[in-house]
Design a protein around this ligand. Structure first.
Ligand code: XBP
Ligand code: MG
Length: 264
């Protein structure tokens, strides 16, 4: 089946958002609430093992601030903390503070010109996706994403495949017609769980994770002047990942051509 759609993860894939984007936003929300919590870069790397900001706050409190969850209004308090964090993060994005990763704008433009449908499958909050796309691609670029699957639209977040299955259903496409781009083992488990071939571009927090099952594992999508580095699996034929390369990687193993298997 021919490639018809690309499904992109957001955090770590479209942009390096975690260390200098989400993390300081969480810390600003904690400070604003008068909480003595501060997630440094190392601790945050561990906490990224839990997807979803509300789930991450709760996970941290269970281990380091049990009294916070003992409050009768603990659920509301987590939601309020996360809403404050999102406000800080959106302001950071709106200031244009986070650029797209190498090759992302180039590939999105080429995919659009080639008629590939574009979608998003992410754990992050929907407003975060919209703001990132607007800040980096403008209104036209953001409109090109036909489906945005984000945050709480599904009960089970990555590594569960739910968010990818939700996107496939909205696209009305089978997994075999799509290819996913991810940055983390949790994301890869989710996309593979939905049966979608996946290219991984590692990010600073995920480079040492287990990416078995990925079609290709790369440093990034590359640019003609700054080639990507193949880390595992398929190697790009050129300096960067373009639509032709994705189509080649997506094409199922072709049966031997008649001429080559005809008994001469
Ligand atoms: C990454 C996540 C998100 C972000 C924080 O999402 O797990 O939770 O870290 O965003 P993905 P929220 O890699 O799937 O894009 O606080 O809005 O959850
Ligand atoms: Mg990610």
């Amino acid at each position: 089946m021919r490639l018809q759609a690309l499904i992109f993860d957001v955090d770590g894939t479209l942009a390096d958002t975690e260390r200098d984007g989400h993390r300081p936003a969480f810390n600003a929300a904690f400070a604003g609430a008068g909480l003595p919590w501060r997630w440094d870069e190392t601790l945050y790397g561990d906490l990224l093992g839990v997807t979803g900001g509300k789930e991450r706050i709760r996970h941290f409190a269970q281990r380091h601030a049990a009294e916070f969850l003992a409050r009768p209004d603990a659920d509301a308090a987590v939601r309020e903390l996360h809403a404050a964090k999102t406000r800080h993060y959106l302001a950071h994005l709106a200031a244009g503070a986070i650029p797209l990763r190498p090759g992302v704008a180039r590939l999105l433009q080429e995919a659009w010109e080639c008629g590939l449908r574009l979608a998003i499958a992410t754990t992050t909050t929907p407003e975060n996706v919209t703001q990132l796309l607007l800040s980096t691609l403008g209104a036209e670029g953001a409109r090109r994403f036909e489906v945005i699957g984000a945050g709480d639209v599904v009960e089970r977040k990555k590594p569960a495949p739910d968010i990818y299955r939700w996107v496939l259903q909205k696209l009305d496409l089978p997994a075999a017609a799509c290819l996913a781009v991810e940055d983390s083992a949790h994301g890869l488990a989710a996309s593979l769980g939905a049966g979608i071939a996946t290219v991984v571009t590692v990010s600073e927090y995920t480079r040492d994770q287990d990416f078995r099952g990925a079609t290709a594992v790369l440093s990034d999508l590359g640019e003609p002047a700054t080639p990507c580095v193949a880390l595992q699996g398929e190697r790009p034929s050129g300096a960067c990942v373009d639509v032709a390369q994705l189509r080649a990687w997506h094409r199922p193993q072709r049966p031997p051509s008649y001429a080559s298997d005809k008994k001469l």
